[in-house]
Design a protein around this ligand. Structure first.
Ligand code: ZN
Length: 179
């Protein structure tokens, strides 16, 4: 055999044909100029496939987001649900003490909201916050309408520590939302 047409495999040192793309002894790929080379195949096929599935996955996520949690979002309408008037009652029943806050809520947006979350901050006589609560409510409030509500809070301190409170709606979902 002519030495010009032969070379040594860089992986196993076996003398092989110079034009060989795969070493016949150790089966190592010696040339990148083939789609059958595992590295080339993964770049040409696997990487675009991963990109494709990521793009499809994002599109599906967006679709479900639009179907199950469609806009408008309350974050774009912050402050449109306002507590017009409220009062706080301490209720002791069966050795359990609860704070009940009842009031009237107004919806100043043109969107019907549901699954409201009330945030309440309680202050002592010096104006220092002593307690806080976040309470979910199933009530639905129609556009430009009013609704009565009641929020129950389990106090974490004796009644004497509570002097004033501030109640607001922290979040809500529009009525088209599924969950
Ligand atoms: Zn070899």
């Amino acid at each position: 055999m002519n030495a010009e047409t032969q070379r040594d495999c860089p992986f196993c040192a076996e003398t092989i044909q110079a034009a060989a793309r795969v070493c016949p002894r150790c089966r190592q790929w010696l040339s990148f100029r083939s789609f059958r080379h595992p590295v080339v195949a993964s770049c040409v096929v696997v990487v675009p496939m991963i990109v494709f599935f990521v793009v499809i996955g994002l599109a599906i996520t967006r679709y479900f987001e639009r179907v199950f949690n469609p806009p408008p979002y309350y974050t774009a309408h912050l402050g449109s649900l306002r507590v017009l008037d409220s009062r706080l009652n301490w209720v002791e029943k069966d050795k359990e003490t609860n704070i009940y806050i009842i009031g009237i809520l107004t919806n100043e947006s043109s969107i019907a909201w549901r699954a409201l979350e009330f945030e309440c901050r309680f202050y002592d006589s010096k104006g220092v916050m002593v307690d806080a609560s976040s309470t979910g409510s199933y009530l639905t409030i129609q556009p430009n309408d009013e609704s009565a509500f009641r929020v129950r809070v389990a106090p974490s301190r004796p009644a004497a520590d509570y002097d004033s409170y501030k109640l607001s709606v922290s979040t809500a979902r529009n009525t088209k939302t599924q969950f």
